[in-house]
Design a protein. Structure first.
Lengths: 239, 119
């Protein structure tokens, strides 16, 4: 009876219920084995501290994973950064694009050859077309020679509604994936008033085939593909 | 979480804006805007949910519920609550980050990296 009452009451709590649904924390978590991460894990036990760049959503689990092993971790959520309204501009043909120069002036600002590992996750699949190549170029320059980058790419069997995930490292070759549903963000408008904006979940922008992936990483020294069962190819590249 | 009420705690309210160097020898709760630098060597800085701090911060402990832009150095611990938005490098002995917190920057656990470097 109590649960019926609770369900009935939920009907009247529209706004608070929506707020829970909008939170990424409410999203279901899946566990996934990652061969690419397994390959990278050989590096984690080295004596010298590594510099690791995590380009996914801020993950307490990843920060804990690396700091417990005495490594330095840098966190930078590039997908969220790409939603910055001031990036929107038009190209020579009048097509709406994102300003990659401005984006790279505000993001990924690190010395050259600074990182041992870059965790790119599924960034290239969800990042706006105008930013993909410039971002990959910058990642090449901030990686140390011999440094490694891990990225995930959907195969053509993945539908356009393939969810964008946050990735949390929970073992040497195990990830917990948390669907990014949508979130509410307080933003200051032009008048100075603070309002709440709802950011939709990120949508799959394109599907790279193997050749596209090889072209994307053509400046890197080597590339290794790992096929997974969930319509995802894991790619480990070495600068 | 509402603003703590304590005799040993200085508070900067929501409507207060401070620009410059801030230092002290008691815990500080900032729910307003601070721009410059904050030094509370043996004390705790709390940035409240409405707080907007654009400063380099040095304290024993730092708790962030609002917005903090600048490098952070804590001799003991840093806590990023779920509403925290932090842009800057964090150097501390211990850190706790709640799910939902946003961080753009480096996390450097002092004792551990020094130990590792000295191996």
């Amino acid at each position: 009876m109590a649960s019926v009452t609770q369900n009935f009451m939920k009907l009247f709590r529209g706004s608070s219920g929506a707020s829970e649904a909008a939170s990424p924390h409410a999203a279901e978590k899946l566990t996934r084995r990652s061969s690419g991460l397994g390959e990278l894990s050989r590096l984690w036990d080295v004596d010298t501290p590594l510099c690791v760049l995590d380009l996914g959503s801020t993950s307490p689990a990843n920060i804990r994973f690396f700091t417990e092993r005495s490594h330095k971790i840098y966190s930078e959520d590039l997908l969220v950064a790409s939603t910055e309204p001031s990036l929107v501009t038009k190209d020579e043909d009048g097509k709406v694009v994102l300003d990659s120069r401005k984006f790279l002036a505000d993001n990924l600002v690190y010395p050259a050859a600074h990182f041992d590992v870059v965790l790119c996750w599924n960034l290239p699949d969800y990042l706006d077309e105008s930013l993909v190549r410039p971002v990959m170029g910058r990642l090449w320059s901030v990686l140390k020679p011999g440094g490694m980058l891990l990225a995930f790419f959907h195969t053509k069997d993945a539908g356009p509604d393939s969810p964008c995930y946050r990735f949390h490292i929970i073992g040497k070759d195990t990830l917990e994936m948390q669907k990014i549903v949508m979130r509410r963000e307080a933003r200051r408008g032009p008048t100075g008033a603070i309002h709440t904006a709802i950011i939709d979940a990120f949508r799959l922008q394109r599907v790279f085939n193997n050749r596209h992936i090889e072209t994307l990483f053509r400046d890197f020294a080597s590339i290794k593909f790992f096929l997974a069962r969930d319509n995802v190819r894991e790619v480990l590249v070495v600068r | 979480m509402s603003a703590p009420l304590s005799g040993d705690l200085a508070q900067i309210g929501k409507s207060v804006v401070i620009k410059g160097e801030l230092s002290g020898s008691e815990d500080l709760y900032v729910d307003g805007q601070v721009e410059g630098s904050i030094a509370l060597k043996n004390f705790i800085l709390t940035v409240g949910p409405n707080g907007q701090v654009k400063a380099s911060v040095e304290a024993k402990g730092i708790v962030v519920q609002g917005k903090l832009e600048g490098n952070v150095q804590a001799s003991d611990r840093v806590e990023l609550r779920k509403s925290a938005i932090v842009t800057g490098d964090i150097s501390t002995l211990r850190i706790s980050i709640e799910e939902g917190a946003y961080l753009k920057g480096k996390v450097d656990i002092q004792g551990k990296s020094e130990k590792a470097a000295g191996k």
